[in-house]
Design a protein around this ligand. Structure first.
Ligand code: FAD
Length: 449
């Protein structure tokens, strides 16, 4: 592409980075250090026109395209060796219409940007639990977080979008545009175009009862049972998720993060979790929703990660024992196991309104190997794979596209939608991206290939 970057630079309102630019090294970095790629050019777009220009430039130069929002995807889909990155990190504006209870966010917005803007009006949409994650990227795969029980998946609250197709056309997804495209974007990932603006339904939420309960030691098994039982009994005013891990000396630990939005701060579920064995820290109290969104704040681009998991029908005692025992399998802390409840909101929605197919599941369980030394790559990846394999007997609806690595076979991607929805997604893909230009994602091949 000799000299090509200069041509792009001239036609873009945003800026263009190549390996010669000092900001390049930071801009190419993925959340997951296991993925280390060197794009030929990074186009930092500022509007839909820039995105169309970058798409056209990449195709005319024969460059493979990656799309970058928050850079969090564990598969590292936001970076491509020798290709072009459509970087949306300069497109992070959020407009809130408090009367209509609608937010419009640009394609590179993060949850920190989004929540800060909507909370000024005491409003919220259910999102992810880490502030630096991209809003659009998370939405396109579903979206599970602190308000899932109350308000459903993030994609259930997506009501419209402006999308730039690989052909450079600006189209509208939604009831006032293409409803089929909106259906596909609810779970089908970044397969159909680059989303430059997305619109979300908002809900009133300001103060919540949340924070974290920390448990330690062998009693963690019983604490996890208490979490499961509390979740089974809970209503839709409380969302629950938890994370198993271990200390340096391999003592198991559990963090439970409730988020309660009802009027009674002393609920039965919170009492049960407070009384569960192994509690070493009770950090659950009334706080702002913005404080709740700061519970988890991992560093960006500091660890190597390999994630694999399953949606499951339940959390029987046998599975709990398998999960807790797996924490010590490597003789060193191996990472974490995230358990997210899908009770409530996701099940209140008409399943036909979205492409994704995992609403029936009780929980999403993700094994998250996490390490820093490249020499540990092989055994860490093997740990995530073997622990996920042990969960498989309870699996339903495949795995969560948002947490998948790039090595997932097509069957697993298909299973996340079901056969009929996958065929419908392939038909949609062939309408919007017949040449599979946007393939750096959990890919849906166009129908004719
Ligand atoms: C620390 C961490 C915490 C997380 N927490 C949660 C959570 O609480 N809940 C949850 O459900 N998921 C969570 N995730 C998973 C996350 O939702 C997905 O990995 C998602 O793909 C990240 O989006 P991104 O924009 O940050 O990532 P990127 O790597 O920038 O983008 C991933 C892919 O999404 C697509 N994409 C992104 N933006 C656009 C756009 N504007 N238009 C078209 N396509 C686009 C592209 O295909 C892109 O390659 C978390 C991930 C991490 C690493």
């Amino acid at each position: 592409m000799p000299g090509g970057a200069d041509t792009l630079r001239e036609s873009l309102t945003g800026d263009v980075l190549t390996p010669a630019d000092h900001e390049y090294e930071k801009a190419r970095l993925c959340f997951n250090l296991l993925v280390d790629r060197r794009p030929a050019v990074i186009a930092r777009c500022v509007d839909a026109g820039d995105v169309a220009t970058a798409l056209a430039f990449a195709q005319s130069e024969g460059l493979e395209i990656a799309v970058r929002g928050g850079g969090h995807n564990p598969a590292g889909h936001c970076a491509v060796d020798d290709g072009l990155v459509i970087d949306l990190t300069r497109m992070r504006n959020v407009e809130v219409d408090p009367e209509a209870r609608v937010a419009r966010s640009q394609g590179g917005t993060t949850w920190l940007d989004f929540d800060a803007a909507t909370q000024q009006h005491g409003l919220v949409t259910p999102g992810g639990v880490v502030g630096s994650t991209g809003v659009t990227g998370l939405t396109l795969g579903g979206g599970i977080g602190h308000l899932t029980a109350q308000h459903g998946l993030t994609c259930d609250n997506l009501i419209g979008a402006e999308v730039v197709t690989p052909a450079g056309e600006v189209v509208r997804a939604g009831e006032d545009g293409d409803p089929e495209l909106l259906w596909g974007m609810r779970g089908g990932g970044g397969n159909f175009g680059v989303v430059t603006r997305a619109e979300y339904r908002l809900h009133p939420v300001k103060r919540i009862v949340g924070g974290r309960f920390d448990y330690e030691g062998e009693a963690v098994r019983d604490a996890l049972r208490a979490f499961r039982d509390a979740d089974a009994e809970a209503g839709e005013e409380i969302s629950l998720q938890c994370q198993l891990s271990s200390k340096e000396n391999l003592t198991p630990t559990l963090v439970v993060t409730p988020c309660y939005t009802g009027p009674n701060s002393d609920t039965e579920e919170l009492r049960a979790l407070r009384a569960a064995p192994g509690l070493v820290n009770d950090g659950v109290r009334e706080q702002t929703f913005l404080d709740q969104q700061l519970i988890f704040d991992p560093g960006y681009g500091v660890d190597r990660n390999y994630w694999k998991g399953h949606f499951v029908t339940g959390l029987p005692d046998e599975l709990i024992d398998i999960l807790v025992d797996s924490l010590a399998a490597l003789g060193r802390p191996a990472g974490a196991i995230l358990i997210e409840s899908l009770r409530g909101g996701p099940k209140d929605v008409d399943p036909a309104s979205a492409a994704l197919g995992y609403r029936e599941a009780a929980f999403n369980i993700s094994v998250m190997a996490d390490w820093t030394d490249p020499a540990l790559d092989e055994e860490s990846i093997a740990w995530a794979r073997s622990t996920a394999a042990a969960i498989e007997p309870w699996s339903v609806s495949g795995g969560y596209a948002n947490y998948m690595q790039a090595d997932e076979p097509l069957e697993r991607v298909r299973a996340a939608f079901g056969r009929d929805n996958f065929a419908r997604l392939r038909a949609l893909k062939s309408r919007y991206d017949p040449d599979n230009v946007l393939r750096r994602n959990q890919n849906i091949p166009p129908a004719q290939t």
